[in-house]
Design a binder for this molecule. Structure first.
Ligand SMILES: O=P(O)(O)OC[C@H]1O[C@H](OP(=O)(O)OP(=O)(O)O)[C@H](O)[C@@H]1O
Ligand SMILES: O=c1cc[nH]c(=O)[nH]1
Ligand SMILES: [Mg+2]
Length: 211
C-alpha cells in the first residue's frame, strides 16, 4: 500500500456517502444521487491546487485586482457506462468543461477491456482531461482509456475514481506514472471475478438498474 502513488480524498461527507452507496439495499435512484454528490465533492478537492492569476476588474464600487483561473481548460472524460454517473456532479462545479466519451467494457471472462466508442473534443491536446470511472479494479479499463487519449494527443490528464483496488492502482502507476490518481477509498483486494472487495458491486448495473 505504501508504495502506491494515489491521492485518497478522506473528506467525512464523501466517506459517509460512500458507505450509503456500499449498502446492498441502496437502490438505483439513491445510488445515482450519492455518486453525483460525491463526484462534486471529489472535483472540489481535485481542483484545489488549480493555478490562478490576478486580473483587473471593476465592481459596482471600485476597481480592484482579483483572482481568476489561469490553468488549462478542462474536459471531463467518462468511461462508459459507469463513468457517466460522475459527470453531472463535476460539471456543476466546472460548467464550461467539454465532455468526451470513451466506451469500454470489461470482458467478463478475460477481464480485458474492449473498446466500442471514442468521441473527444477537437482540442484535447490543449485541455486538462479529468478521466472518470467509479471503479479501478484490475486497472485494465483505466489504463486502456488513458492509452487511447494519449494516442489522440492528450497531454495532461488526471484519473478520478470512487473506489479502487491496490492491484489496479499498482498496474495503473506502472503503465502511466505521469497521471495522478484520485480516489475516495482503496479497498482490500479483488475477488476471483475481478470485483473489488468489499466494494459496491457492479457500478454500471447499480447506476442504470440493469442488475
Ligand atoms: O479496472 P477494471 O478491471 O478494468 O474494471 C473496472 C471497469 O469495470 C466497470 O465497467 P464495466 O466493464 O462493468 O462496464 P459498464 O460501466 O458498462 O458496466 C467499471 O465501471 C470500470 O470501467
Ligand atoms: O467491483 C467492481 C469491479 C469492476 N467493475 C465494477 O463495476 N465493480
Ligand atoms: Mg459494469
Amino acid at each position: 500500500m505504501s508504495d502506491l502513488k494515489v491521492n485518497i480524498i478522506k473528506h467525512p461527507l464523501i466517506q459517509h456517502k460512500l458507505t450509503l452507496m456500499r449498502k446492498k439495499e441502496t437502490g438505483a435512484k439513491d445510488f445515482r444521487q450519492l455518486l453525483d454528490e460525491i463526484s462534486m465533492l471529489m472535483a472540489y478537492e481535485v481542483t484545489r491546487d488549480f493555478p490562478t492569476k490576478d486580473i483587473e476588474i471593476e465592481t459596482p464600487v471600485a476597481k480592484c485586482v482579483a483572482k481568476t483561473l489561469a490553468g488549462k481548460k478542462v474536459a471531463v472524460v467518462p468511461i462508459l457506462r459507469a463513468g457517466l454517473g460522475m459527470v453531472n456532479g463535476i460539471i456543476n462545479l466546472i460548467p464550461a468543461a467539454k465532455i468526451g466519451h470513451i466506451g469500454l467494457y470489461r470482458d467478463e471472462k478475460t477481464l480485458e477491456p474492449v473498446e466500442y466508442f471514442c468521441k473527444m473534443p477537437k482540442d484535447i491536446d490543449e485541455r486538462l482531461l479529468l478521466v472518470v470511472d467509479p471503479m479501478l479494479a484490475t486497472g485494465g479499463s483505466a489504463i486502456e482509456a488513458v492509452e487511447m487519449l494519449k494516442k489522440r494527443g492528450a497531454k495532461s490528464m488526471i484519473f478520478m475514481c470512487l473506489l479502487s483496488a491496490p492491484e489496479g492502482i499498482k498496474a495503473f502507476n506502472e503503465r502511466h506514472p505521469d497521471i495522478p490518481v484520485y480516489t475516495a477509498c482503496v479497498d482490500d483486494h479483488l475477488n476471483e471475478h475481478g470485483y473489488i472487495v468489499p466494494g459496491i458491486g457492479d457500478a454500471g448495473d447499480r447506476i442504470f438498474g440493469t442488475i
